[in-house]
Design a protein around this ligand. Structure first.
Ligand code: S3P
Length: 444
């Protein structure tokens, strides 16, 4: 049994500056690319969450020396396809869909079968989405009928550059094929529906031959493979997805002001800020600078008593895919009926988040209309709970846990939230920052 968190006191106000943990997507990419670089790569401010520790352990099993000193990480890469390992190894990706999918792209030349496993939540997620294009490149798989973990991959000496049409708007799928392209001869071409572009930015920063033609809905990405690249230095910016919880806490509380420093503000990640501002928030992004190929800035937010409903444009979905749960809370407190559509992918995350997000709002007494891929939320700006609320978090989904904590402080009531440890997969400082802001809770 995991620990439980009890919250029964919502009233608080603060005026603070905080620093959020390093970005998860960028930390994983830094590790993977460091493992393929020639020589010692040095990463500062790496996220020290369970997903990252699992990623590091897997890379170590693949023969990569990695040293961690607090948030500084040294990776001793052996160059492209430089993994050195014995037969029959098993990699355990834990809860990390990003690592589990992206690592497959770097294993397309593996001379032996490698087994990939994950925790209960990851073992329910779809891998066909990356298996199909990787098979075209030349990899072979042993996998169950549902195309879920555990799976086995063996590579091939004869890999092909492919044309890949990525039409889900999934950065994981796109990045897996971009990493596979590093070890393929010639030019891999990807037509990718828009999604976070950290891998593209990283390739450019490292001088890996890449061209990106940005169109309105799809980008065309061309990668030339088999080009050696040198080790590098990198500093990971703070995670906008983690920041979103504290932005919403500030917004929905009374008399609060927050500054969050050095956050990644890549446009493919800040869709939630655009949506919140359209709902009437006045979130400001200041001191913008480009560092290591990514934009970073300070974010300023103040409490906002009146918020409007939103009809969320679905072409923005992949820009806020990890923030929908917390945006649903804002919609619950907004004036009017908000709607979100084309969100089938949200049910394919660490838990079926569209369904569970709706269930969470129903617990609060908020009416929703849910379909397979859409939700309507009937907001109530006067919501002030007195009742007892118990959140099961059966899938141990970190974002369900953190969203529930924010809901408890914003809406009141007596809360018991299960599986506390789930937040450690993405945001280990979450509860520490909750305390720093003056909130109280009991951990049992
Ligand atoms: C991620 C991409 C997104 C996101 C995940 C991290 C990444 O998944 O939900 O948390 O780092 O590429 P999809 O690409 O599957 O939408």
């Amino acid at each position: 049994m995991g620990k439980k968190l009890f919250i029964s006191n919502k009233d608080n106000s603060f005026k603070k500056t905080i620093l959020i943990d390093g970005d998860k997507s960028i930390s994983i990419r830094a590790l993977l690319l460091g493992s393929q670089a020639q020589g010692k790569t040095f990463i500062e401010n790496i996220l020290l969450s369970e997903d990252i520790i699992n990623s590091i352990n897997c890379l170590k099993k693949l023969g990569i020396k990695i040293l961690l000193n607090k948030k500084n990480c040294s990776i001793y890469g052996n160059g492209l396809n430089g993994f050195k390992f014995k037969k029959n190894i098993t990699l355990n990706a834990g809860n990390s869909g990003t690592f589990a999918r992206l690592i497959l792209g770097l294993l397309i030349k593996s001379p032996y079968y490698i087994k990939l496993v994950g925790d209960k939540s990851l073992s329910q997620r779809d891998f066909e989405r990356v298996i199909v294009p990787l098979q075209k490149i030349g990899a072979n798989f042993r996998i169950n009928k549902k195309k879920t973990l555990p799976l086995k991959i063996i590579g091939s000496n004869f890999t092909n550059p492919i044309f890949y049409n990525e039409n889900r708007g999934s950065a994981q799928c796109k990045s897996t094929i971009m990493l596979a392209a590093l070890n393929s001869p010639g030019q891999t071409i990807i037509k990718a529906k828009k999604s976070r572009d950290h891998t593209e930015n990283f390739f450019k920063y490292l001088g890996i031959p890449i061209s990106v033609k940005k169109n309105k809905i799809y980008d065309e990405i061309k990668v030339r493979g088999q080009k050696i690249f040198k080790s590098f230095k990198y500093k990971v910016p703070s995670d906008p997805s983690s920041s979103a919880f504290f932005i919403v806490l500030t917004l929905l509380s009374k008399n609060c002001e927050l500054k969050i420093k050095n956050v990644n503000v890549n446009q493919s990640r800040t869709g939630f800020i655009n949506i919140l501002n359209k709902m009437g928030a006045k979130i400001k992004i200041k001191n913008v600078k480009k560092k290591y190929g990514e934009m970073q800035a300070d974010i300023f937010v103040k409490s906002q008593p009146v918020l409007k409903k939103i009809n969320c444009p679905s072409n923005l979905n992949s820009n806020l895919i990890d923030e929908f749960l917390i945006i649903f809370l804002v919609a619950a407190k907004a004036n009017g009926i908000s709607s979100f559509s084309n969100l089938g992918e949200l049910n394919k995350k660490e838990s079926p988040r569209l369904k569970l997000g709706s269930k969470l709002l129903n617990h609060l007494g908020i009416k929703t209309k849910l379909t397979k891929d859409s939700i309507k939320i009937y907001g109530n700006p006067y919501i002030d709970l007195k009742k007892t609320i118990n959140i099961g978090n059966y899938f141990k989904d970190h974002r369900i846990f953190m969203t529930s904590v924010i809901a408890a402080y914003v809406f009141g009531g007596k809360w018991q939230i299960d599986d506390v440890d789930s937040y450690k997969s993405s945001f280990p400082s979450f509860l520490k920052i909750i305390r720093e802001l003056g909130y109280k809770f009991k951990l049992v």
